[in-house]
Design a binder for this molecule. Structure first.
Ligand SMILES: O=C(O)C(=O)C[C@H](O)[C@H](O)COP(=O)(O)O
Length: 331
């Protein structure tokens, strides 16, 4: 089973020891991005993975490729051009102080400036079963948007399973009107088999009237001929943070139990959930098992540092078996 993901690889610069940027002279580097997070997780869960992206043709690009290989992600579809890699700083939250992300000059990155014709989609899809496309590509440049659409079309034509994550970030779309963004999402969705998102993506972005989750999901799936719609949420219950997820398929809505989470590093939780759901679909698990697995992966990821989930199936099954109550392993 081989999974390809298309999206931007970014450099994450984390301020250490829960300090604020203003207090620190050092940062820790890591290679992240939706595709890296998802595939890093899926490669730890036992699947072959490769990322389709564009990185700078310099030492930064080489560093990124080395990090990808270390995570078990093949760099055979990584292309090199330009000289800029998108990056963001992270100030970790603590207690009620939220985590903060500060993006830097992303639109001039090699990925955002790569011409769609530079990718040979057909050849890259040849040995692939699942394709994952990050919705952020629809918010970046005309080039990333066109490339995402071409890839989705080609993948559907070649009968691959197409997964798409809405990943809609209002902050990235302040200069683009609601109707333009809606149109962009509506353009790609007909090629999608498995969509990841939230009910708000359907009501606030795609303008579905708020007539209850079951009805909204049904209309959305019928309109775009989507097979699965899954999503997750980090919410609050009795003053504790809880993570939960759902999957909708053929008129049935399955919901996980909420699982308490003591967040160390919030970023990457939804990608961990998505990789858990994709694992469950590949393995044909029942929906309760799939959701339990995906939520456990997301909780453990948010209780560890960095975006990329690196838990294997044993880690996750052990965690589920002891209901997250084991506090020492291998003693
Ligand atoms: O490229 C960007 O701008 C992104 O925002 C990528 C996100 O950092 C990851 O996809 C993590 O997303 P979550 O799993 O929702 O925390």
């Amino acid at each position: 089973m081989k999974i390809l993901s298309f999206g931007e690889v970014m450099l994450r610069l984390t301020v250490p020891e829960h300090m604020l940027l203003e207090q620190s002279d050092t940062v820790r580097m890591s290679t992240v991005g939706t595709g890296v997070n998802l595939l890093g997780s899926l490669s730890h869960l036992g699947y072959q993975t490769k990322i389709l992206t564009q990185v700078p043709d310099n030492s930064l690009g080489k560093k990124v490729a080395a990090d990808l290989r270390k995570l078990g992600i093949s760099d055979e579809c990584v292309e090199y051009s330009g000289n800029h890699l998108g990056s963001f700083f992270v100030e970790l939250g603590y207690g009620s102080r939220p985590e903060r992300v500060i993006y830097q000059d992303r639109l001039t990155s090699s990925f955002c400036q790569a011409e769609p014709d530079e990718y040979d989609f057909e050849a890259m899809l040849e040995d692939v079963d699942y394709v994952h496309i990050c919705g952020i590509t629809l918010s970046l440049t005309n080039k990333t948007r066109t490339a995402a659409l071409k890839l989705a079309e080609m993948a559907q034509r070649m009968r691959k399973t197409v997964c798409f994550d809405f990943n809609y970030r209002i902050g990235l779309n302040e200069d683009t009107s609601h109707s333009v963004m809606k149109e962009r999402y509506e353009e790609i969705l007909p090629y999608v088999d498995v969509a990841f998102g939230s009910i708000r993506d359907l009501t606030d972005l795609l303008d579905y009237p708020d007539i209850g989750a079951q009805h909204i999901f049904k209309h959305f799936m019928d309109d775009f001929d989507i097979e699965y719609f899954a999503g997750s949420n980090l919410g609050q219950k009795d003053s504790k943070k809880c993570f939960e997820g759902f999957i909708y398929h053929e008129g049935e809505l399955y919901r996980s139990k909420p699982r308490e989470v003591d967040v160390l590093d919030r970023i990457g939780g939804r990608d961990a959930f998505a990789s858990g759901i994709i694992t469950g679909l590949i393995e044909h698990w029942d929906y309760d098992s799939m959701l339990q697995f995906a939520v456990a992966n997301a909780v453990m990821t948010q209780e560890a540092m960095n975006d990329v989930p690196i838990f294997d199936k044993n880690d996750i099954f052990d965690y589920i078996q002891c209901d997250g109550k084991n506090d020492l392993i291998g003693y």
